[in-house]
Design a protein around this ligand. Structure first.
Ligand SMILES: Cc1cc2nc3c(=O)[nH]c(=O)nc-3n(C[C@H](O)[C@H](O)[C@H](O)COP(=O)(O)OP(=O)(O)OC[C@H]3O[C@@H](n4cnc5c(N)ncnc54)[C@H](O)[C@@H]3O)c2cc1C
Length: 490
């Protein structure tokens, strides 16, 4: 009997248009660009049917025997929230924080919209029934989801008032009694080649007149006219040399919508720019989804820290003060991120529908600070390993023969054999110097949106008087008691 993972793999043979290196990639599970990653996902999916671990990752929805992933669990209690967190943490640990879009992010967004359906139902009379049936379908059929939110990077200095932009950003070209037809493009969808459905909306600040661009859609990956255009693959099947690239290449893609039909039941909102902005900003969905990103991030920082410790020990530099200072800095990163996760969970509050929502201000802080932590962590790794990363040969096994003895002699480390040291440095190079490693640094800088505007937004959204009142109060008191001059503050 096929396993859940097998069913996931075979479901991808559904006629989707995945483009790689100028050609259509048909058999994804056998394709060198995808097979390692699909093997990883298959293993994770199978865990949901393994009695030894499934309770860490999933739950049995009422009336069903089969487990669903806990990203579909609507949290009403601290226990539910902790179950979600445990599930995110479990898959993140299994993949060393390197797979950011195992669909638990997209699934959490759908779960949030479903959980807040009564409030959100005010935006559109059909929203509640659409999101309810989609949520149940996605949960019970293990649908793999990802988001594609950004509009194509053509010319960021102009807006929809420019026709060149308006025509290329995703918009509705026709409405029929069965649905809408959309044209345009979206960047970037991580995990796109093996996703079932894309959650599509825009970061644009819409005007009322932008109704054709204002929509929130769920688009099946095999929709006719949809092209999934992948970047160059960073997968490398040489497991010993590229452990991370061989199993965690998530793939990013641009989506071309060449007149794609979307049935009304998958059009969550359309035409009302204000309603779209409200749904997009929904705190319940955003908190549940963003919570996953931060839990995942902790695992990644822990992994980088582990690699840094191992490198420092392997070459005997861990006794130097400045190395210890840098290793200590990595621990402060891990602890800061963990503390923010704990803070977001312990200060969670119930929304109007009784859903227990993690505190988003701590999550925003974690996502923002994370854009600086990861590049710094990689910099520390470089400072610790120095030239060791580029002296590493292809692998000891390639050198069995006349210089084998010399290899063992000269590649030996302070505390490890030459073989172990080479493996460790190759793993670290995959993290800091391979195409996959470079992509990860970019990812952590940008996945949560433009970091500059995200930081600025924390100021814009803040309760400014809570900060400035004590300042004015102190000045007022000082004027009254501490100065001969007569200040008058109003
Ligand atoms: C590896 C990777 C994977 C990703 N995966 C996904 C995904 O799965 N789903 C998804 O939806 N998105 C994904 N993203 C996209 C991500 O959300 C965007 O990269 C991010 O929001 C920044 O947008 P942009 O890349 O279009 O940069 P731009 O908005 O084009 O910004 C480029 C630079 O110009 C500046 N700039 C541009 N416009 C302005 C302005 N108006 N005001 C001030 N400064 C400006 C920015 O500060 C930045 O420095 C991914 C990104 C990366 C790098």
């Amino acid at each position: 009997m096929p396993t859940r993972g097998d069913r996931f793999i075979s479901s991808l043979a559904d006629g989707r248009n995945v483009w790689l290196n100028g050609a259509k990639a048909d058999n994804l599970s056998d394709h060198p660009a995808f097979q390692g990653t699909l093997g990883t996902i298959k293993r994770l999916f199978n865990q949901l049917d393994d009695p030894a671990v499934r309770d860490h990752i999933g739950f049995a929805p009422s009336g069903r025997e089969a487990y669903a992933h806990s990203s579909f669990l609507v949290p009403y209690s601290a226990q539910d929230l902790s179950k979600r967190s445990t599930a995110f943490n479990y898959w993140a640990k299994e993949t060393h924080g390197m797979m950011s879009r195992l669909s638990d992010y997209g699934r959490s967004m759908i779960t949030g919209w479903y959980a807040a359906k009564e409030q959100l139902g005010k935006l559109d009379p059909h929203f509640e029934s659409k999101i309810t049936s989609y949520y149940q379908d996605a949960r019970d059929r293990d649908l793999f989801l990802t988001t594609a939110i950004l509009d194509p990077q053509i010319d960021r200095s102009v807006s929809l008032d420019d026709n060149r932009i308006a025509e290329r950003f995703l918009h509705v070209v026709r409405e029929t009694s069965d649905g809408i037809i959309v044209r345009g493009a979206k960047m970037i969808a991580t995990g796109a080649p093996y996703t079932h459905d894309f959650i599509i909306f825009s970061f644009l600040q819409f005007d009322k007149k932008d109704r054709k661009h204002a929509h929130i859609l769920i688009v099946p990956a095999n929709s006719a006219g949809l092209h999934i255009v992948c970047r160059e693959s960073f997968a490398d099947s040489r497991e010993q040399n590229h452990i991370l690239s061989s199993r965690y290449e998530e793939m990013d893609a641009v989506l071309f919508f060449d007149d794609v039909f979307i049935p009304w039941e998958r059009v969550l909102l359309y035409g009302d720019s204000e309603a779209v902005l409200k749904l997009r900003a929904n705190k319940t969905a955003n908190s549940l989804a963003f919570h996953q990103t931060v839990v995942r991030y902790v695992s990644k920082l822990e992994f980088v820290t582990g690699v840094a410790f191992a490198i420092a020990e392997a070459i005997g530099v861990n006794g130097y003060l400045h190395i210890q200072e840098k290793l200590g800095e990595l621990i402060t990163q891990v602890d800061t991120m963990k503390a923010l996760v704990i803070a977001s969970e312990t200060t969670a509050k119930h929304d109007e529908s009784g859903v227990l929502v993690p505190e988003i201000s701590f999550i925003d802080t974690a996502r923002n600070i994370g854009t600086k932590f990861y590049p710094r962590a990689i910099e520390i790794l470089q400072q610790i390993g120095g030239g060791g990363f580029v002296q590493t040969p292809s692998g000891m096994e390639d050198f069995y023969g006349p210089i084998s003895k010399l290899m063992h002699l000269y590649f030996e480390g302070a505390s490890v054999s030459a073989e172990k040291k080479i493996h460790l440095f190759k793993l670290a190079w995959d993290l800091i110097g391979s195409p996959l490693g470079a992509r990860h640094e970019l990812y952590e800088r940008f996945y949560a949106g433009d970091p500059v505007r995200a930081y600025a937004n924390q100021y814009v959204k803040s309760d400014k008087e809570a900060f400035t009142d004590p300042v004015w109060k102190l000045l007022k008191e000082a004027g009254k008691y501490g100065s001969k001059r007569n200040y008058t503050y109003t």
